[in-house]
Design a protein around this ligand. Sequence first.
Ligand SMILES: *Cc1c(COP(=O)(O)O)cnc(C)c1O
Length: 385
Amino acid sequence: MAHRPIYLDHNATTPVDERVLAAMMPFFTEHFGNPSSLHAYGWEAEAAVKQARATLAQAIGATPEEIIFTSGATEADNLAIKGVAEAYFAHGKHIITVQTEHSAVLDPCQYLETLGFEVTYLPVDDQGLIRLDELEAAFRPETILVSVMAANNEIGVLQPLAEIGQCCRDREVLFHTDAAQAMGKILLDVEAMQIDLLSFTAHKLYGPKGIGALYVRRRAPRVQLAAQLHGGGQERGLRSGTLYPPQIVGFAKAVELGLALMAAETKRLAELRQRLWQQLSQLDQVYLNGHPSQRLPNNLNVSFADVDGQALLLGLRSVAALSSGSACSSARTAPSHVLKAMGRSDDLAYASLRFGLGRTTTPAEIDRVAAAVVETVQSLRSLKV
Ligand SMILES: *Cc1c(COP(=O)(O)O)cnc(C)c1O
């Protein structure tokens, strides 16, 4: 294979772990049955799905019946937000979310606004955290849902889920969290954190793409949800479509591994991230984006003053596969909405890099990338004067 740059974009996606792939393989060719079929082929697929569902439920302190398989976190977010809106609009049409959410949350909210819902987009402080007093002040009698992400995909910041859960439960308002980035990196417990709906996905955690799940609380309170896909009635009627056993088995294996490795990986990745930051912060005018410690262990997001963001990414392209803070705006249409919400200027928001470290990242890779970033920033700055 041709030489490829060092992969430091693990907040975008991750490779499938070999152990995950091995667990999936028999379900493509040998155990290929439809879990809904009432014969031996169906039963063996159904048994594997059942076991995977139990593993996923246990990982977040839920029961198996509370796990609804989807195609990923985008679909889970859509099902949670639109599904609650459609089921509860008679109680009220107000939703609270945050300016720094993923588009899979923001866009369904904006869509609901076109249908007459009102949405409060909470601001964040300069480290990317919401303020609980601002959340408390945003509640209205007609508020039906609060959606706040567990970990941000650009800056890795961890929102205070347990405190938010308590605020929502006190007011009998449902609490949804997008945990696509957090799953397997921090402990998630839907009881302790009083979470009613939780979205997650396999491909951010060394599992396959195209599979995710929504946790939907069944008791105290029992969450009502309107299905967004209608058909064969799978997943208790909440998400029709033939289940995909290879992906489901791989998803569960990925989560199982993620939890088993979590303690050691958290420590290792945090040390690598510190090693990276130490080298980058030798430059003048570099700024860490997001809270310094209340963040994912594998994420570092940095802005560089006096540098063109596009030129920086281009200059590093052969060394490292990175994302700009404005991941989705490579055409420079808009600076990152996350960095803007934290009060960064347009220039600093454009000139940002997101380093997503992963299971295979080594100290030598960190040193090579850090040296290349320092050199590129210095040469772009020297060209500028
Ligand atoms: C990746 C991601 C998503 C989208 O997940 P898919 O499974 O790719 O649909 C949603 N929210 C966050 C925070 C993410 O990081």
